[in-house]
Design a protein around this ligand. Sequence first.
Ligand code: GDP
Length: 168
Amino acid sequence: GHSSRTPQVLIMGLDSSGKTTLLTQVLTGHTMDTSPTIGFNVGTLDLDKKNSLTLWDIGGQKTLRKNWKYYMDDVKALVFVVDSTDKERLPEAAEALKRVLSEEKVKGVPLMVLANKKDLPNSMTIREISNQLNLTVLEDRLWQIQACSGQRGLGLNQAFTSVNKMIK
Ligand code: GDP
């Protein structure tokens, strides 16, 4: 089972949104314990001496999304990664997120949306993404959205520090 000491954080999002890149980047330079396995990657991020998060990156392909709920026991925060350059798939991302948030197991669990790939010139604004994902009408949980680049390592420390604060 999961370690009960470290908060479990689930990283979800469509395939190609950049979850694996982001997890690998965020664990670089920190104590890490990654085990790439079929279906998911997991690693522990040490924010400081007292605070760690166990991050689960689970597969985002359509056929795998039905498995997301099996990772939801004990989850303290949800991270939903969006490719902010992929306008075409934003409705699909919105639908996937809606389904996640409707799961009883994650009722009230805080949500961090990461608008990834902000290093690219054609990335959408935070406002546009928030609107399309219907974040602005969420009332039953804490949520935040932050732009980041998993590839360049931009915005990730802030994002996971915020995630940790949202859990408290
Ligand atoms: P996953 O399917 O969600 O795990 O996505 P991957 O981590 O495999 O990334 C999908 C593609 O997007 C790869 O080609 C990555 O190199 C690219 N990618 C991921 N993050 C970024 C980013 O922040 N900026 C740019 N420019 N490309 C990214």
